[in-house]
Design a protein around this ligand. Structure first.
Ligand code: ADP
Length: 396
């Protein structure tokens, strides 16, 4: 008997879903609802090698979830077999440190944190309400992006700002992409045939959003994202770390209000901001090869920032046995991996160029046998991670 879990990721205008059998880890169906709230809403449902599309106005998340149910009824697999629903929840703040069964108090708690994640927590709760209404007879579980980083020590999560203000407004480092960092760090242990508690590692999640974590014995001890996902590494359109003085300076000198500065740093910066709008590394690399100086600078800034973090995490962890690349850029871009590892040779870390050039969907080592640290490429799978965590909770 399969054990299907429905995994939902509800954004402000979209819902992504997968039905995963946690016994075989097979994806039984997947889909995407787009343009919720707009006239040209649509849903694509994939199962059994076929794709089915619905195009109609989808006014809200309740309508979106009804269409998801309709797609399962019309094209299968049967939703009645689902044993639970796992919901991606972005910000758990100081309230949620692990997956929880969703009830009204959990949704109220998430809404109390809406100020910390205004674009994510409210639509997440809308999706939870809608899913509870259409699938009321099975448990629903919230899996928080911040949870894996609830173990950070105070010295790592505390910002050195006026403590009473920080306390009142819950300002601290929370970290994001936790489901991916947790999943990948465990996959690394499995690949190496080691107990995750027995070694230290660094995980580089390099997608459109990007973050890096220091993991000691399976426990996160530092990460690059902060109060919000804007901090840390250079990303597709986000700046990552800047002098916080930039905010006040732009407000004063450019007459930008806080919303305008927020948009500038989140949507018009990062690789896109430096490389004339290109945020995709395939475009960046094509421009670099063609001699584009802006793209070259963007690339160099990206690598410089990444190396700075890796160096600091080696110092924090003391001894590091594995450094892993994951997500869209980390899994696919051999140039980025090579540029980073070349700069780590002072630590005795060495890349095998042939292994680095291999393209594969499987976890793999790309370092030389004499490298002091194993370098790995491990594909992330946040949906599978959520399905596993959901199943773990309902099996307790
Ligand atoms: P998200 O943060 O949206 O989940 P992904 O992890 O899917 O992002 O990463 C998307 C990014 O991965 C793209 O913007 C692109 O820069 C990069 N990418 C995807 N495929 C390749 C590839 N074949 N070569 C280089 N970069 C790639």
């Amino acid at each position: 008997m399969p054990t299907p879990i429905l995994v939902l990721n509800c954004g402000s205008s979209s819902v992504k879903y997968q039905m995963i059998d946690v016994d075989t880890e097979e994806v039984l169906a997947s889909g995407l609802v787009e343009k919720i709230g707009l006239e040209d809403g649509n849903l694509t449902h994939k199962t059994g090698g076929q794709a089915y599309r619905i195009e109609e106005t989808i006014p809200d998340h309740t309508a979106a979830l009804s269409l998801v149910v309709r797609s399962f009824e019309e094209h299968g697999p049967s939703l009645k077999d689902a044993v639970a629903v796992g919901h991606r929840a972005v910000h758990g703040g100081d309230l949620f440190r692990e997956p929880v069964l969703i009830d009204q108090s959990v949704m109220d708690g998430m809404m109390s944190l809406a100020g910390l994640a205004p674009l994510h927590n409210p639509p997440g709760v809308l999706g939870m309400k809608a899913a509870l209404a259409v699938l009321p007879d099975i448990p629903h579980v919230a899996i928080f992006d911040t949870a894996f980083f609830s173990t950070l020590p105070a010295e790592a999560y505390t910002y050195a700002i006026h403590a009473p203000t920080a306390k009142q407004y819950k300002i601290r480092k929370y970290g994001f992409h936790g489901t991916s960092h947790s999943f990948v760090s465990k996959e690394v242990a499995e690949f190496l045939g080691r107990d995750v508690t027995s070694f230290n590692q660094i995980v580089c999640h390099l997608g459109n959003g990007a973050s890096i974590s220091a993991v000691a014995g399976g426990v996160a001890v530092d990460t690059s994202m902060g109060l919000t996902p804007l901090a840390g590494l250079v990303m597709g359109t986000r700046s990552g770390d800047v002098d916080p003085g930039v905010f006040a300076y732009l407000q004063r000198e450019a007459g930008m209000d806080s919303q305008a500065v927020d948009t500038l740093l989140n949507k018009k910066s990062g690789m896109a901001g430096l490389a004339d709008g290109s945020s995709d590394f395939r475009d960046i690399w094509a421009k670099v090869v063609a001699g584009d100086e802006n793209a070259q600078l963007a690339y160099d800034v990206y690598i410089h920032r990444l190396i700075s973090y890796i160096g600091s995490y080696i110092a924090i962890l003391g001894h590091v046995e594995a450094i892993t690349f994951t997500a869209g850029v980390g899994e696919n871009d051999q140039h980025v991996r090579a540029s980073v590892i070349e700069r780590l040779s002072a630590f005795g870390i060495h890349l095998d160029p042939e292994l680095n050039a291999v393209r594969s969907p499987d976890p793999r080592a790309i370092s030389t046998p004499d490298s002091s640290t194993v370098i790995l490429v491990v594909p992330t799978n946040e949906e599978l991670a959520m399905a596993r965590e959901t199943y773990q909770l309902i099996s307790k």
